[in-house]
Design a protein around this ligand. Structure first.
Ligand SMILES: Cc1cc2nc3c(=O)[nH]c(=O)nc-3n(C[C@H](O)[C@H](O)[C@H](O)COP(=O)(O)O)c2cc1C
Length: 171
C-alpha cells in the first residue's frame, strides 16, 4: 500500500464536491472504530493552521466517540461512496453494529492521530479537535430551524479539527 502526502488545500474543491454525495468521518475509542457519512463540512484556515470543520448532530454515536477521543479522520472517495457504504454508514448507528465490517471497509494505520484511515476512501485528512462549538438553536433563522431541526436535541455540534496529516492511499 502506498501513501502519498498532499497539501490539503490542493484538494479543497475535491473534498467540497465529494461532500455533496457524502464522505466518511471516522472515530476511534479503545478498540472500537466507527465511520459515519457526512455531507456538511468545510476545509479552510483558522488560527494560522489548516482546519476541517465537521457538523455532528447531538444524537449521533459519533458525537459520543469524538467527545471521548477528540481525533478523527475524514475519508473521501473522489468518485463517491459506494451504495453499501452510504447505506450502512449513513443510516445505521455504530451503537448497534460494527459498520466497517458491515460495509466491507478496511482500516489503514494512521500517521499521527489514533484513528485509522479507510482504504476504500483514499483521500484522507487526519484531524485533532481544536475547538468544539454547540449551535445556539435560538439564533438559527426560523426557516432553517423548520427545515433541518424538528426538535432542539437534533441540533449540531461543530468540531474544528486541525489537519495534522493529509494523504492519498494507493495500492
Ligand atoms: C448523504 C448523507 C450525509 C449526512 N451528513 C451528515 C452530517 O453532516 N452530520 C451528521 O450528523 N449526520 C449526517 N448524516 C447522517 C449520519 O451519517 C447517520 O445518522 C449515521 O447513521 C450516524 O452514525 P453514528 O450513530 O454511528 O454516528 C448523513 C447521512 C447521509 C446519508
Amino acid at each position: 500500500m502506498q501513501i502519498q502526502n498532499v497539501d490539503p488545500t490542493d484538494y479543497a474543491n475535491v473534498i467540497t464536491k465529494a461532500l455533496r454525495r457524502g464522505a466518511l468521518l471516522t472515530t476511534k475509542v479503545g478498540d472500537k472504530v466507527n465511520s459515519m457519512v457526512i455531507g456538511w463540512g468545510h476545509i479552510g484556515r483558522i488560527w494560522e493552521r489548516p482546519v476541517f470543520v465537521a457538523y455532528v448532530r447531538k444524537n449521533r454515536y459519533t458525537l459520543e466517540m469524538l467527545d471521548r477521543n477528540p481525533e478523527f479522520t475524514v475519508n473521501v472517495a473522489p468518485d463517491g461512496l459506494d451504495k453499501q457504504t452510504l447505506t450502512v454508514c449513513g443510516t445505521k448507528s455504530g451503537r448497534d453494529l460494527d459498520k466497517l465490517a458491515a460495509a466491507g471497509l478496511t482500516p489503514v494505520p494512521p500517521q499521527v492521530v489514533s484513528v485509522p484511515a479507510i482504504k476504500e476512501c483514499p483521500l484522507t485528512l487526519e484531524c485533532r479537535v481544536l475547538y468544539r462549538e454547540e449551535q445556539t438553536f435560538s439564533r438559527l433563522p426560523e426557516e432553517i430551524r423548520r427545515k433541518f431541526y424538528s426538535v432542539e436535541a437534533e441540533d449540531h455540534v461543530c468540531y474544528f479539527g486541525e489537519i495534522a496529516a493529509a494523504y492519498l492511499i494507493g495500492d
